[in-house]
Write a protein that binds this ligand. Structure first.
Ligand code: SAH
Ligand code: SF4
Ligand code: F3S
Length: 453
């Protein structure tokens, strides 16, 4: 019998990227083949995101153009997975008749059954959330490469008032430390060199045992020891829960990257309270200062929302002030988008669209200037990069990344191969990219614990 081909597209955050690998792991076990061409597929899946209105609009657009494939091949099954599936449930099928199945993030184990229902001409809907599902035992389907993502926990209990994630991903739950370490060991054997541990708030990671409890710092310490030549990153940290223990752990292990994504969202205490972020600007700035003392050279990125309900000009200036104080290495900046079902949705979305856009542009400009200045300061310094491949813009250059997550471009050299660690001297910088010259190779053994620039 001919095997069924599945094609999947992934939208949204890295958790969705990791989930797509879990979905493909489940389907491959059932005999499906993965294809990268939608026109060859028997099943097309969209793993979707609901975080902002425009994320959903994009997916509606995509469903619209996949319709034509469905006309050509009426047996084709079109499925919506991920956060939009969870948020809109049956409405998605009622509204978009071409959609055959809607399966939320905690029901992927049953996906093969829902697809079979659709093959038999019915519609399938699986949107129950779970308090326990972590897909601990599923082997994700990963292409060979350098970088990988591992979800170490699912869900979120923070309920920031603007955010749909607690509704689309359900309650917080963690995977066992042992299953994560086993996955890291396998990635190490396959030659992966850069692994990011994922969770909406990794600092609430817990693996509970009767006699001892393992927290996120313990998990990171264990992860760092699997293979010293493998860099370990993590995202996202909520500023309320980032512990001193975690900072000391990062400082102690050279392969735990000196990079923390620490979303601030706003620089105004009044807005932070309305957002239910549960920290103040003072707490946040203290944390940054402490982290910089404990982890010399640590870099920070952040998320910022502009135009949250009732945000005044002064609130906006307070956000810019925080950006100038922290001097982030990078930022993801968004216009507030009201999401039905969240607490903020009931607040009046009173900041006009043009004002939101203007404030967002100002924030982007400030960050651009800071990134530029910070990168300029690195000219003349030596950095260790992990070589990732040819530069996107030119085959005469290769691209690598520092452990602080900055991209460095170096002229092609036959000595340098993908996956090598090399020392480079920075000679030029823009706001988004560093340029350097090759100095030497750095050998890092799996057991190594000391790496110096
Ligand atoms: N768990 C992570 C973030 C997940 S969503 C954290 O707590 O930081 C990624 C980012 O999207 C958020 O940090 C926030 O800046 C942005 N975001 C979430 N909901 C939004 C909304 N309704 N409108 C605009 N931006 C939003
Ligand atoms: Fe959303 Fe807040 Fe949870 Fe992040 S911590 S996923 S912003 S509710
Ligand atoms: Fe989007 Fe869901 Fe991630 S809403 S950002 S895909 S958790």
């Amino acid at each position: 019998m001919r095997k069924n081909n599945v094609y999947i597209e992934t939208y949204g955050c890295q958790m969705n990227v990791a989930d797509t690998e879990i979905v493909l792991g489940i389907l491959k076990k059932q005999g499906y083949e993965v294809t990268d061409k939608p026109e060859n597929a028997d099943v097309i899946l969209l793993n979707t995101c609901s975080i902002r209105e425009n994320a959903e609009q994009r997916i509606y657009g995509r469903i619209g153009n996949l319709k034509t494939l469905k006309y050509k091949n009426p047996g084709l099954v079109l499925g919506v997975l991920g956060c939009m599936a969870e948020r809109l449930k049956k409405d998605l099928i009622d509204e978009k008749k071409v959609v055959d199945i809607v399966v939320g993030p905690d029901e992927y184990r049953s996906l093969p059954e829902y697809i079979d229902i659709a093959f038999n001409g019915d519609k399938g809907i699986g949107v129950k959330l779970s308090r326990t599902e972590t897909y601990d035992d599923i082997e994700p389907h990963r292409e060979d490469g350098l970088s990988a993502w591992i979800s170490v926990m699912r869900g979120c209990d923070k309920f920031c008032t603007f955010c749909v994630v607690p509704y689309t991903r359900g309650r917080e739950r963690s995977r066992s430390l042992q299953s994560i370490i086993t996955e890291l060991e396998n990635l190490s054997l396959r030659g992966f060199k850069d692994v990011t541990l994922l969770g909406q708030n990794v600092n609430s990671y817990r693996d509970e045992h009767p006699d001892n409890e393992v927290d996120f710092a313990d998990l990171l310490a264990a992860a760092a020891q699997v293979d010293r030549s493998m860099r370990i990153r993590f995202t996202t940290s909520h500023p309320q829960d980032l512990s001193d223990k975690l900072l000391y752990t990062i400082a102690e292990h050279p392969n735990l990257c000196n990079y923390i994504h620490l979303p601030v969202q706003s620089g105004s205490n009044r807005i932070l309270e309305l957002m239910n972020r549960t920290y103040t600007v003072e707490h946040y700035l203290n944390l940054i200062e402490k982290a910089r003392k404990i982890i010399p050279g640590v870099s920070f990125s952040t998320d910022i929302i502009s135009g949250f309900p009732t945000e005044t000009w002064e609130d906006h200036l307070a956000t810019i002030e925080v950006m100038k104080q922290v001097r982030y290495d990078g930022a993801y900046m968004f216009k507030y988008s009201p999401r039905e079902g969240t607490k903020a949705f009931k607040m009046f979305d009173d900041v006009p669209e043009e004002v939101k856009s203007k404030r967002l542009q100002e924030i982007i400009d400030v960050q651009h200037q800071i990134s530029f200045e910070k990168n300029q300061e690195l000219i003349g310094t030596n950095e260790i990069i992990l070589v990732e491949g040819l530069s996107k813009k030119s085959n005469n250059f290769i691209a690598g990344r520092t452990d602080t997550n900055k991209v460095v471009i170096v002229p092609v050299d036959e000595k340098i191969k993908i996956g090598d660690y090399v020392k480079v001297k920075i000679n030029k910088a823009t706001s988004g990219t560093l340029f350097g010259d090759y100095i030497s190779h750095i050998e890092i053994a799996k057991e190594d614990v000391t790496v110096s620039v």
